[in-house]
Design a protein around this ligand. Structure first.
Ligand code: HEM
Length: 290
């Protein structure tokens, strides 16, 4: 018999090992297992079972436990986020790195770690945010089409509706990263060199003032909208924490998640539109294959 001793307690491990832990162990947690007082083999076995019951939940206590899916509700949002990120990365790299390299032999590979990534992040974020609210509209359309609200939604729509929270949280995650990347723009060495080069060009052209009024306004507005948009997304994320959402009434929760959510989506869209300004109608933006 193998024995473990310590703190006045002796546990019979053989007895303990012969008992397989099960999830439904009754009211074991209420048993008084003060090992300083008792050390019979039965009590030791029960103690071991009690421990296995508690810690086994976090380990793989049975085969069934091991087979459980990890984060099942996150699968769909994660897959969609990965596909959009990948496509957006390829598109932006082709546009901003490969195209100048092939056509003008310009080395713009330095853009990949920050500038390219910071094009991918906001696009993925805003797309995921739109995907939070799209299924609600599709579901309303479905109900209107079928003339009743008691008909079951198709399975794909059901699955989508059930993972809206995860879509929203992922969107928030990407938006936060986008904000961090954006705010570090002026810290980059490449930016400082560019700034010096612009200043030099300006001196060469004998220009005293480089101020462009509409560009100044454009940036002030879109950064401000981005900050407000991110603040609203933060509130939405906080309101989705179970302890917070449980403290709200259904009306309050619905108000925050729908009204504020739509407002956040609107602000972020206007943020992107103001950033783009008149690029939508500028033919020079529509370059070679992309
Ligand atoms: C503190 C908050 C934010 C700041 C400081 C910020 C800043 C910026 C900056 C500097 C750009 C231009 C990026 C570039 O030069 O390529 C940009 C673009 C963009 N931002 Fe934000 N942003 C913020 C929040 C958000 C949020 C919450 C969203 C949406 C979820 C968002 C979506 C976008 C989009 C879609 C673009 C256009 C990307 C492109 O097509 O190049 N931003 N933002």
């Amino acid at each position: 018999m193998e024995k473990r001793e310590g703190d006045n307690c002796t546990i019979d491990l053989n007895t303990a090992q012969s008992i397989k832990p099960r999830r439904n162990t009754g009211n074991l947690s209420n048993l008084n297992m003060d090992m300083q007082v008792t050390s019979t083999p039965e009590a030791a076995a029960l103690f071991s079972l009690h421990q296995a019951h508690h810690f086994g939940e976090f380990e793989c206590s049975s085969e069934q436990h091991c087979k459980q899916d990890l984060f099942p509700k996150w699968h769909l949002p994660m897959k969609i986020a990965s596909v959009i990120s990948f496509l957006m990365f390829i598109y932006t790299s082709l546009r901003d790195v490969i195209y100048p390299f092939i056509t003008r032999k310009e080395n713009a590979f330095y853009k990949i770690p920050i500038l390219i990534i910071n094009k991918v992040l906001p696009v993925v974020s805003i797309t995921l945010l739109a995907l939070v609210y799209l299924p609600g509209i599709l579901a309303a359309g479905f109900q209107l089409y079928s003339g009743t609200k008691y008909k079951r939604f198709p399975q794909w729509l059901d699955r989508w509706m059930l993972s809206r929270k995860q879509f929203g949280l992922l969107s928030f995650f990407f938006a936060t990263m986008h904000a961090c990347y954006s705010l570090c723009y002026p810290m980059r060495r490449s930016y400082r060199y560019k700034l010096m080069n612009w200043a030099f060009q300006q001196i060469k052209q004998k220009k005293e003032n480089a101020w462009i009024e509409h560009d100044v306004w454009r940036m002030e507005i879109y950064v401000s909208l981005g900050i407000v948009g991110l603040a609203l997304l933060t509130l939405l994320a906080i309101a989705s924490i179970p302890s917070v959402s449980h403290s709200l009434t259904w009306r309050e929760f619905h108000y925050i998640q729908s009204k504020m959510g739509y407002l956040a989506l609107l602000l972020c869209t206007v943020h992107a539109l103001v950033f783009a300004w008149n690029k939508w109608v500028d033919v020079n933006q529509f370059i070679w294959p992309v």
